[in-house]
Write a protein that binds this ligand. Structure first.
Ligand code: SF4
Length: 77
């Protein structure tokens, strides 16, 4: 079974680069103010989502495993 992830964007940190929406068009959308939003707070685990979180220049994207709350990104130290 595919893990379900909880995806969150810290809009106080997001600088609207649009890189997440480019990396994962099914995962993120920019609003009129160029702030990123996850299309759904809960999404199937996907490489593209992880790539988007890793590629965010200001680390505004946080992903956790829905069921366990375990950090996917940023990884726990
Ligand atoms: S990559 Fe990061 S800074 Fe750029 S739009 Fe997405 S969340 Fe915002």
């Amino acid at each position: 079974m595919t893990d379900r992830w909880h995806v969150e964007v810290d809009r106080g940190v997001c600088i609207g680069s649009g890189m997440c929406a480019a990396a994962a068009p099914d995962g993120f959308r920019l609003d009129a103010a160029r702030q990123s939003h996850p299309l759904h707070a809960e999404q199937d685990a996907a490489e593209s989502l992880l790539a988007a979180a890793e590629g965010c220049p200001v680390e505004a994207i946080a992903i956790t495993v829905l069921e366990s709350g375990e950090a996917v990104f940023p990884p726990e130290e």
